[in-house]
Design a protein around this ligand. Structure first.
Ligand code: RBZ
Ligand code: NIO
Length: 337
């Protein structure tokens, strides 16, 4: 079944984002206060358990079925010298994911997550967005649906990641178009461009902004013009997860940039999402502020692939283990304050 048969259907899904289950949240909060610890002493672990309870609709949320999904796409703007690596690396890394040799393979396994790799039309890069929209509406909608199809309603947690050479350029362009500011305020080294190469990357983004900022007509149109298929697929997965009651763990700058066009019109779009980490890509901290997400970790990661989100899944697992496994004051015969 296609999640979003039309752009109107996608926009309806955005306009009707379900809230968390208030009763499960309240019951989980009550349970936290009964557990053998001073109230609040497990800090964000308590908040994570309550967050998971609300979105799963369970007083004792679980993490038996966690899935990491890496969406991959190729970018026409890669021909502009904006990445330290050639565009061929996208497909080569997808082969590496499939063979089990990438960071995300090791980190997803360590976190007890299943891993799904979804490569989207790698032999058909998007258009160089300095010349016109990266995608037409049909192409973008198809990518949204590919992301949505990676979500199943029985998942306990969805961990999102991406692979696509030059997609840190697209991410910076999406942020600047959505929030304002020049390219220099949002662009960073990505895979490692510095000096004149970074100046070129910034000039490429500013050229794209000059074309698309005045022309963009909607958040979806910003995504079409400046995004990429893997970024659109991340949006589709996030919105589908919301409607399926599946909480989401976001990765770095590129993963989070998928939400940039939509947060203004739909301020609650990221309410079922946790930010796994804050990347060293300079725009990420600023983007997380705009999304009102506080990252769980700050480990100086700048990889993508879902790597930081997969590491953070271990924190979620710890939060749920404490929530489920601890005794209450009454059970343990411990005196309350
Ligand atoms: C070997 C390799 C593995 C990666 N895994 C993730 N990325 C990351 O780097 C890319 C973004 O940086 P830029 O915009 O500078 O191209 C994305 O593919 C991202 O996932 C990788 C990059 C490389 C080279
Ligand atoms: O923050 C990220 O996700 C990131 C940063 C650099 C390169 N790839 C991904």
């Amino acid at each position: 079944m296609t999640a979003f048969p039309s752009i109107a259907a996608f926009e309806m899904a955005l306009a009707n984002l379900p809230p968390p289950d208030a009763a499960s949240r309240a019951a989980a909060g009550h349970r936290q206060d009964m557990l053998t610890k001073p109230p609040g002493s497990l800090g964000r672990l308590e908040e994570i358990a309550i967050f998971m309870a609300g979105w799963q609709g369970r007083t004792r949320p679980r993490l038996d079925k966690g899935r990491a999904v890496v969406l991959a796409g190729n970018h026409g703007v890669a021909t502009r010298g904006v990445s330290a690596f050639p565009a061929s690396v996208t497909a080569q890394m997808v082969a590496n994911f499939d063979a089990g040799g990438a960071a995300i393979n090791a980190l997803a396994a360590a976190a007890g997550l299943d891993l799904r790799i979804v490569a989207i039309d790698l032999d058909r890069p998007t258009m160089d967005f300095t010349q016109g929209p990266a995608m037409d509406a049909a192409d973008c909608l198809a990518a949204l649906n590919i992301g949505a199809a990676a979500v199943d309603a029985d998942l306990d947690l969805l961990v999102l990641g991406e692979m696509g050479i030059a997609n840190s350029t697209a991410a910076a362009a999406l942020c600047a178009a959505s929030f304002g500011g020049s390219a220099a305020e949002w662009a960073g080294p990505g895979t490692g461009v510095q000096g004149t190469a970074l100046a070129n990357k910034i000039a490429v983004i500013d050229a794209a902004l000059a074309v698309h900022r005045p022309a963009a007509t909607s958040p979806f149109d910003i995504l079409c013009r400046l995004g990429g298929r893997e970024i659109a697929a991340i949006v589709g997965a996030i919105v589908a997860a919301r409607h399926a009651g599946v909480p989401v763990l976001l990765d770095g700058f590129i993963c989070c940039s998928a939400l940039a066009p939509f947060i203004g019109a739909h301020p609650d779009i990221a309410d079922h999402c946790l930010a796994g980490h804050c990347s060293t890509e300079p725009g990420h901290a600023r983007l997380l502020e705009r999304l009102r997400l506080e990252p769980l970790l700050s480990l100086n990661l700048r990889l993508g692939e879902g790597s930081g989100a997969a590491v953070a899944a271990g924190i979620v697992r710890a939060a749920l283990a404490a929530h489920d496994g601890m005794a209450t004051f009454a059970e343990a015969g411990v005196a309350t304050a």
